[in-house]
Design a protein around this ligand. Structure first.
Ligand code: HEM
Length: 127
């Protein structure tokens, strides 16, 4: 019951974080000034806090942890890469080229994150 609730919250906030990231990426490419709007800065933080809380809840419920279970270590590393590259893509990248390259890197990290989540394997079950 608790597990199912946490999983639903996790999946919902994962969907929202992806949609918000794609939306902000579109703003960065075509309407960069809009990125400064207050709600666009605040809402992703609130969602990501709930996402992380649900991730911690799920870890405790299934008794698996980063540094112990390798798929969760890989997930955490991919999350850090996604946050770093995402921040470069949306805010800190000094040129359009850097922001575009960072955007591609952030999307690759996100794809890897989703694949690790599905397979429970850092190598995506390939070997
Ligand atoms: C943007 C970041 C994240 C994304 C896109 C994501 C994605 C997902 C997805 C799609 C699932 C469902 C997998 C399935 O049912 O087959 C899942 C489950 C899970 N995630 Fe995440 N996740 C993220 C962050 C995290 C973080 C940071 C952690 C903890 C280090 C974490 C821990 C878990 C756990 C423990 C499960 C449950 C696995 C199970 O039911 O066996 N997630 N995640």
């Amino acid at each position: 019951m608790l597990y199912t609730t946490l999983k639903h919250i996790h999946l919902l906030t994962v969907a929202v974080t992806i949609l918000l990231f794609l939306f902000r990426a579109a703003l960065m490419l075509w309407w960069p000034n809009q990125l400064r709007k207050r709600w666009i800065r605040v809402v992703p933080h609130i969602n990501d806090t709930v996402l992380l809380a649900s991730a911690i809840g799920l870890m405790l419920t299934i008794g698996q942890y980063p540094l112990v279970n390798h798929w969760l270590t890989a997930k955490l590393m991919a999350l850090l890469a996604y946050i770093l590259l995402g921040s470069l893509a949306l805010h800190r990248g000094r040129s359009r080229r850097i922001r575009l390259l960072s955007l591609v890197g952030a999307l690759v990290s996100l794809g890897y994150l989703l694949a690790v989540a599905r397979t429970h394997s850092p190598t995506l079950g390939l070997f």
